[in-house]
Design a protein around this ligand. Sequence first.
Ligand code: HEC
Length: 180
Amino acid sequence: MKLVSFLIVSLLTIVVAIAFSGLTGQASVVNFPTNYQTKFFQYATVACPKSQIVRKMYVNPEVIDAIATTGTVPSDTIIAMETHSAKIGGDGRLIPNQLNNVFVRKKKTGWRVSNDSGEWQSTWYSPSGNLVSSSQGSCISCHTMVRDRDYLFTLPALLKAAKTNQMQYQKTEFGTSVCQ
Ligand code: HEC
């Protein structure tokens, strides 16, 4: 009798744990994509002239064909963005001189951190891959600005780069506090 109730309690604990992880959507921290600089495709460079920052965006190569043919971003897309401090060069272009952060977002069917986050989870790393923050709130609060682009500011550049195989260079369209 004792064994039966022990088994029932164990089973309930597991069921509750699974249900809870499903509800919160906190499946896991998005891993640091090791060797993204050589394995991923760099689809965009965004200049922030006022902030003197250059941001470089990379996408995992497995999803590029699907993005090019469907014009949408599939489950299992991983985007890594580097932020570099920069100097203004002779031609007025920004020249990156130090890598400071790597921001990673991953899309997975069924991931819902909040009602207005799309199916994305975010993590912030140091250049060497040490975790800086896995808190979702601040990332979500700004990326809701582009919910009509699947929460990706650079979706148009990503679509164009996937179709043409050409990295897109542009100045920030948005002028937010993090890139002006
Ligand atoms: C204040 C607004 C703001 C906050 C907060 C913010 N972002 Fe962004 N993010 C942007 C903008 C704007 C871009 C597009 C490039 C540009 O113009 O700076 C961007 C681009 C990105 C990209 C490249 C894909 C895309 O959406 O274009 C990733 C990845 C990213 N952010 C991750 C993060 C993560 C992770 C966090 C939280 C730790 C975060 N962001 C917080 C504004 C923000």
